[in-house]
Design a protein around this ligand. Structure first.
Ligand code: ADP
Ligand code: MG
Length: 142
């Protein structure tokens, strides 16, 4: 599925829809360059889960846990990861196999340890279509 957006608000609203429909144990992997809108989408998804707390990229921790919504939400940002093995230390497998909803920004950096079954979301710019244009491609991987 492809969703095209033309503002941060539209990307946020796309995230809300996925958050509303998210199931226990669902894993979202977000891929795309810096500043493409991964965190904006994540903030919408958290909102759709009913989380009222502000959600930002965890800068000093790899994972941030939000318990205030319909399901627990595990927000990973692995941008600063040196080696996928570092994910063992934060208990990555336990989160991903748990009952909450996991979302991983910069999932490309830990490709080899991603669960096979996941909702993969790639966000891309296309400057020919304007500075605020984003193409969001969603694939259900099994
Ligand atoms: P990432 O997490 O991918 O590094 P962010 O979500 O932090 O990116 O930032 C995306 C930036 O792009 C924000 O400054 C946002 O306002 C801007 N932006 C412009 N147009 C869009 C759009 N259509 N969707 C999402 N973000 C957009
Ligand atoms: Mg981000």
């Amino acid at each position: 599925m492809v969703i095209e957006t033309r503002s941060p608000e539209e990307t946020f609203r796309a995230g809300v829809e996925f958050g509303k429909r998210a199931c226990p144990g669902q894993v979202f992997t977000l891929k795309g360059d810096l500043g493409v809108g991964k965190t904006v989408f994540t903030q919408g998804l958290a909102k759709g889960l009913g989380i009222e707390e502000p959600v930002n990229s965890p800068t000093f921790t790899i994972v941030q846990v939000y318990e205030g919504g319909r399901l627990p939400f595990y927000h990973f940002d692995v941008y600063r990861i040196g080696d996928p093995e570092e994910m063992d230390e934060v208990g990555f497998d336990d989160y991903v196999m748990g009952e909450g909803v996991s979302l991983i920004e910069w999932a490309d950096l830990i490709e080899e340890i991603l669960p096979a079954e996941r909702t993969e979301i790639r966000i891309e710019k296309d400057l020919e279509k304007g500075f605020d244009y984003r193409k969001i491609t969603i694939s259900e991987l099994k």
